[in-house]
Design a protein around this ligand. Structure first.
Ligand code: ZN
Length: 235
């Protein structure tokens, strides 16, 4: 073969190899950069999810002279806000605890004066229980009470317009008041809970308070943000 043709042939092969090399490198670069963009999108999604995955812890029946303070200490340490549905009777016995709830950014709601269940025949009496409890709380905090947790979940819609109050029921109920098994209560909540859930617990029992703080720790680790119920109901 002519030496000149051989040289041209070798050069052509070299050129071909260089082109292959450049194309494959570029596609690798493209792969790497598209992967980087993908990862960025995924991490943005996780951050967005963390910002929006809200849950509300609510506590009924308090304030209790020692367990509620224990709970408030634990919530403060974790930077978590909750909603307390207090009875007028307990609130008037412990105004200092109501004041502390308010100062520390928790939402305070009404749970009737004497934990009365609304029955067909006691509408007027029930209304008075709500009004009396609002007065007790408002005297301490200086703020209107807008939310009510009706004992046993029994409510009459006519009361909403008459009193300008909103009933707050719940979506997760671990029945903490009838158990002393802290990890059982905690597991019932963390396995059932999802975004925008309202968890019902009671600050009138030490086991409930211990379980509630364990729930907070687990859900914070799962990326949940604790909000007061108004942020879930009117978002
Ligand atoms: Zn109750």
């Amino acid at each position: 073969m002519n030496k000149k043709y051989l040289l041209v042939g070798l050069l052509a092969i070299d050129l071909f190899l260089i082109i292959i090399c450049v194309v494959s490198r570029n596609s690798q670069v493209l792969n790497v950069s598209s992967r980087a963009i993908e990862e960025e999108i995924i991490s943005d999604d996780i951050i967005a999810e963390k910002e929006t995955k809200k849950v509300a812890l609510t506590f009924d029946d308090g304030p209790h002279p020692s367990y509620t303070e224990q709970l408030l200490d634990g919530l403060k340490k974790r930077g978590v806000k909750a909603t307390f549905f207090v009875t007028g009777e307990h609130a008037s016995l412990h105004p200092d605890i109501i004041e502390r709830m308010d100062e520390e950014g928790h939402l305070i709601g009404n749970h009737t004066y004497s934990h009365m269940q609304l029955n067909a025949g006691n509408m007027e009496e029930y209304k008075l229980e709500l009004i009396k409890t609002n007065e007790v709380i408002e005297k301490i905090t200086g703020e209107d009470v807008l939310y009510v947790r009706p004992p046993y979940g029994v409510w009459d819609k006519r009361l909403e317009e008459e009193l300008n109050m909103f009933p707050v029921l719940w979506t997760v109920d671990p029945l903490d008041w009838c158990s002393t098994d802290v990890s059982g209560i905690t597991q019932k909540v963390v396995t059932k809970v999802g975004e925008d859930d309202i968890i019902l617990m009671h600050d009138y029992f030490e086991t409930s308070v211990t379980a509630a703080l364990a729930v907070v720790d687990e859900l914070l680790a799962e990326g949940y943000t604790f909000v007061t119920v108004d942020e879930i109901m009117f978002d």
